[in-house]
Design a protein around this ligand. Structure first.
Ligand code: NI
Length: 137
């Protein structure tokens, strides 16, 4: 287990009040966890700008009736099979599908994959959730 250390921070009273308020809205019950998560959030952002291994997910919505679209999405996913860990497909309703593509690998490939999927005609929405392998944070 990682050793814990205590330290003091000097900051503006106003800023601390805003931090406490934000903490409550986000469900935190103590400043230590909220602060640690803020720092980890910054470290994850940094991982995505460097050539480190990242993990995350691409979520997209599309209409499966467009047959060419489904084939195209499949071709792209095969081209990126080294970064795709798993794909989950959920039939939202008669027309719309939700697909979650779990990824692990280089940030550059993750962005390329997201861009390729998003650009396919008929994909209504795609978003990239940028997370971490957890090793560096
Ligand atoms: Ni479906």
């Amino acid at each position: 287990m990682t050793e814990l250390v205590r330290f003091g921070i000097s900051t503006e009273k106003n800023l601390l009040a805003k931090f406490d308020s934000l903490m409550k809205v986000r469900g935190y019950t103590n400043r230590s966890k909220a602060f640690s998560d803020l720092v980890r959030g910054e470290l994850v952002k940094k991982e995505w700008t460097e050539s480190k291994d990242i993990a995350g997910a691409i979520t997209m919505i599309y209409d499966h009736h467009k047959r060419e679209l489904v084939n195209k999405l499949m071709d792209i996913q095969h081209d990126f099979s080294k970064v795709i860990m798993s794909t989950q497909h959920i039939h939202l309703d008669h027309d719309n599908c939700l697909e979650i593509v779990a990824i692990k690998g280089s940030a550059e490939k993750a962005h390329k994959l997201e861009g390729a999927l998003r650009a396919v005609k008929g994909v209504k929405h795609a978003t990239l959730s940028m997370s971490s392998t957890g090793k560096g944070i």
